[in-house]
Each structure stands twice: as C-alpha cells, then as structure tokens.
Design a protein around this ligand. Structure first.
Ligand code: FAD
Length: 502
C-alpha cells in the first residue's frame, strides 16, 4: 500500500442495499482494495428493495467476471437460467412474434453488410426470416443452450448470452462478497441528510440516532432518490411523452415450465406489455401499462390470465416515471440505479446502466477537492447513454403495425426525439445505421427491431447490382445450414441447466 494523498477520499458511504447498492459496494471494494478507502453501506430492511429486475443483458457477465465470479457460481447462487434474447410477441401485429437475440446475423460480403444481401433476397421473393442466419435467435427459438465457442471460426458460430436471475438472491450474493471484502453494513433508516459546504453532503443521520460521515456518497435509494433528488434537489427530466407506460404489476409464480425457454418473453397487450422471466425455482411475471388507458384492475386481470404457473405472492403495483435525474453527480454524491433514473423494463437495461455507472465512477473517482471536470464528464456520458437507450426503447413502440387499440395507435403516430427520427429516416432511405457515442445497443440490435417489425428500406445499396446473385444465394444457403446444424448439435436449455448441478 502506498501513502494516500492528503486529498484522498477516505470514506465512502453508499445508501441503499438493492441491486445497485450491493453491485457498487462489491465492485468498488474490489477496485479500491488496499487503497485505504473505507466503504459503508446503509440499508433499511424495514423499507426493503423493489424486488424486480431479473432479466439482464450480456454485460452482467463481464461485470461479475471482474469480481472473479464464474457463470456457474452466479447461476447456481441466484437460481438463474440463460437468456439468449427477448421474444417480442404481438408487437408487430397480433399473432406475430420475433426474437431479438444477443448476437449477429449472417456473414458480410466483402464490405457489403449481410443485411443488404438479405434485403435483396427478400425483394426477389425469398421469405426466409433473418433469424435463420442468427445462431442466437435459432438457439432461443429451439430452446437450446451451450456455452459459445471461445474463438469461433466464423461469425455464424457467434452469440452472446445473459442471465435471468433472482434479484434478491443476487443482491445477497454480492452482499456476502462485499462484506468479505471489508464493506461495513448498517441496517437502519436514513432519517436526515446533513448538508456540508458548497452543495455537498456532510453526513447522514440514522433513525437510531447515529451520524455517518462520509467524504463521498452514493445514492442507491431507488425511486426515492433520497440524497440526489431530495436532499440535493437535482431535478428530473420526464420522458413520458415518448414512453407511455407508467406502472407495472408484478407477481412471482411457480415455475410450471418443464422446458424453460432461454429468453425473456415480452408479450404486447392492449395498453402495454407483459414480461415472463423463467428462473429455476420460480418465474417472474409482470405487466407494464399506461394508467391513462388501462385501470389497475384490468391490468391485474390481464396479468393473472396469462401466467405460467400458480401465483406465489399477491400481485404488487409499482408506479413509475420514465426519465432521468438531470445530473447523476452533484457535489460529493453520485446516484446509481433507480435513484439516477429509470427507463421502463423493456430490453432490461437498468442493471446494465448500473454497471456502466460503476465503471465510470471507477475511472472518474475524485479526491476531496472534487474537480468539477470529473462530474461534468460523468454527467455528460450518463445523460447521452440513457438517451440512446431511451431511443432504442421508443423504437419498439413507434414501429408497431398494430391499430387495434388507442394505445397502439398513439404509439405508431407519436413524434419521436430527433436523435431517433434521424436513425429511422436513414434506415428507411438506405438500410444504414447511425452510431452515436455511448450506445449500449449495437447495429445488430437495431436490425433485429427493423426486420422484426417488417420495416423495409426504400433504397438498396448500389453495390448489390454488381454481385453474382447465384453465388451469394448459394453462400446464404450454406450460412443457414451452418446455423441449423450447430443448433441441432446443441443440447437443450434444460440439459444445460442440469450441468450446473453436477
Ligand atoms: C417493473 C420493473 C421491472 C424491472 N425489470 C428489470 C429487468 O428486468 N432488468 C433490469 O435490469 N432492471 C429492471 N428493473 C429495474 C431494476 O429493478 C433496478 O434497476 C434494480 O432493482 C436496482 O434497484 P435499486 O437498487 O436502484 O433500488 P431498490 O431495489 O429500490 O433499492 C433501494 C434501497 O434503498 C434502501 N433505502 C431506501 N430509502 C432508505 C432510507 N431512508 N434509509 C436507508 N435505506 C433506504 C432500501 O431499503 C433498498 O435497500 C425493473 C424495474 C421495474 C420498476
């Protein structure tokens, strides 16, 4: 251990012990190990956590790998199943579905992207869905799963995967990790936030009378945003004009599925959508809806009429607002998780945004002089990243072809943010993608959406006129066969899960 500078932050206080709080505690304890930084986490078991947030994207695996945790260990500890993507049922039209996989489609032809070949074949009358060229999508469709090859010889052997996990088991697992790494846990309610100098926080006062001082604070208090939102009065930018859902009802059920699908199901309903997340010991379910167009009773009835097993708990209503805190870092406080903002759960981005927030904080961790350049960069990157995710989620509503309810007619007709409008216009014109800074979703994900919603561009890539169609068509056939053969040789998702028990 080298001598810390006199300006170094010595005490870090995390308020909140949900997924965000324990992820931050575990990752920062590991990162700053041996530096002399004391980390305290205050949580209130009386208040509890939000208790949802069980579908992830593949970055979660990179997150826990940095802690030295293996896929097998995390899956075993959290009752997890594998997630290869999301099935969007009834979003395009009632009765139609498609999978958004974590992974790529096909092989490019020189520098012509594969999707241009597919679009050309489609225009010539070939109705093979683009999913036939994606190993991830086909594995998901057939309920198969194995670990991807380490050095795949071709992009056709590539896919990525994430987990469905029990959020409370995950938080408990990270808590054990963090406490073993030296984090001090206090179970008490923060009753008051004590201001310090120059817009900073000096300490938090607990309901048992204790006063916990800190050089730096992380607000992980969920929707309450007790430190950043309430005490430091950082405002909230509301995105409900584009994201019409503002409430959820969640219920856990017995897992009656013998053959658990390796994907999350997002099933569009008359004024929102319903999730189904298979875990090993139970399933997570919930409906996300617009309170303007659906009553709580109707939402509950819709949810209960479409469950995979018997409910284990009473359905629980969770009102929410989509949007973000105008600054995620103010004074000596950073917010992570729901305290920093929320985009509705479609595409399961919230835990991934906690991960990137933690990564950014590691990189920009200040000293007690709080150089404003650090907060400025943190806030700019956080804002841009959330806006990009927001746009991707809005896309799911905007591209619908449903006109059977007021909700879907509204979604199809609503104006969208300029950043998204430009993307859609470019796709419509030429089948190309705009890539902005800080994008969580890559072009393959945008392609999954455009093709899943049957949004076909007007113009084709000019270079397609010069290719040998017969040769390309034969190559595309080989690609489909290669994917199909790999899928046929892959064990079922159930078998994959059973290997964890050995
Ligand atoms: C309907 C819905 C579905 C979701 N689905 C997904 C999903 O599939 N995938 C995904 O990535 N994300 C999802 N999310 C988001 C996900 O739930 C959160 O990002 C994640 O659970 C992190 O929550 P949190 O830790 O910020 O807040 P919480 O879980 O609410 O934790 C807040 C913590 O703060 C503590 N606290 C609050 N006030 C005080 C106080 N005064 N004193 C002391 N402690 C206090 C609480 O006790 C608790 O420990 C979903 C969210 C909703 C609303």
């Amino acid at each position: 251990m080298t001598e810390a500078s006199p300006h170094s932050i010595r005490s870090l206080v995390i308020v909140g012990g949900g997924t965000a709080g324990w992820m931050a505690a575990a990752a920062l304890a590991k990162h700053f190990h041996g530096s002399g930084l004391a980390i305290t986490l205050v949580e209130s078991s009386e208040i509890g956590t939000i208790g949802v947030g069980e579908a992830t994207i593949p970055t979660i695996r990179r997150f826990y790998a940095k802690l030295g945790l293996t896929d097998e260990a995390v899956m075993r500890e959290t009752g997890a199943t594998a997630k290869l993507g999301i099935l969007f049922q009834d979003w395009r039209r009632v009765g139609e579905g498609f999978i958004h996989p974590f992974g790529l489609y096909g092989q490019d032809h020189g520098d012509i992207g594969f999707h241009h070949l597919w679009l050309q074949a489609r225009a010539a009358g070939d109705d093979t869905p683009i999913s036939a060229y994606s190993l991830g999508a086909m594995l998901a469709e057939k309920h198969r799963m194995a670990l991807p090859q380490v050095n795949p010889p071709t992009p056709l052997a590539t896919f990525d995967w994430a987990l469905h996990l029990d959020a409370s088991l995950f938080a408990q697992y990270l808590r054990r990790y963090a406490e073993a790494s030296g984090v001090t846990r206090i179970d008490a309610k923060v009753a008051q936030v004590e201001p310090g100098e120059r817009g900073a926080i000096a300490a938090v006062r607990l309901d048992d009378g204790r006063r916990i001082e800190g050089d730096f604070f992380i607000d992980c208090t969920g929707f309450r945003s007790l430190l950043l939102g309430e005490a430091l009065e950082v405002g909230f930018e509301d995105w409900s004009e584009w994201l019409p859902c503002d409430a959820a009802i969640a219920v856990q059920t017995e897992n009656a599925l013998d053959d658990p699908p390796p994907y999350t199901r997002a099933h569009a309903k008359s004024a929102g959508w319903q999730w189904r997340i298979p875990l090993r010991h139970r399933a997570g379910n919930g409906i996300v809806y617009s309170r303007k167009l659906m009553s709580e009773d109707e939402a509950t009835a819709t949810l209960l009429s479409d469950l995979p097993g018997k409910p284990l708990i009473e359905p629980r209503a969770i009102p929410f607002r989509s949007g973000r805190r105008t600054r995620a870092w103010a004074g000596n406080c950073v917010a992570l998780g729901l305290a920093a903002g929320f985009l509705e759960p479609l595409e399961s981005t919230s835990i991934a945004l906690i991960e990137t927030g933690i990564e950014r904080l590691k990189e920009l961790f200040p000293d007690r002089r709080l150089n404003p350049a650090l907060a400025e960069e943190f806030n700019d990157a956080t804002a841009r990243e959330m806006e990009r995710v927001r746009d991707f989620i809005i896309l799911h509503y905007k591209l619908t072809r449903r006109d059977d309810t007021a909700f879907w007619r509204h979604c199809a007709a609503m104006p969208v943010p300029d950043t998204l409008r430009r993307k859609i216009e470019l796709w419509d014109a030429r089948g190309e993608f705009i890539r902005y800074r800080w994008e969580m979703f890559h072009p393959a994900s945008w392609l999954a959406m455009y093709t899943g919603f049957d949004r076909i561009p007007e113009g084709a890539n000019r270079a397609l006129d010069g290719i040998d169609r017969a040769k390309v068509s034969a190559a595309m056939k080989r690609m489909r066969e290669s994917v199909a053969n790999t899928v046929a040789a892959t064990p079922s998702h159930r078998q994959f899960l059973e290997t964890l028990d050995r």
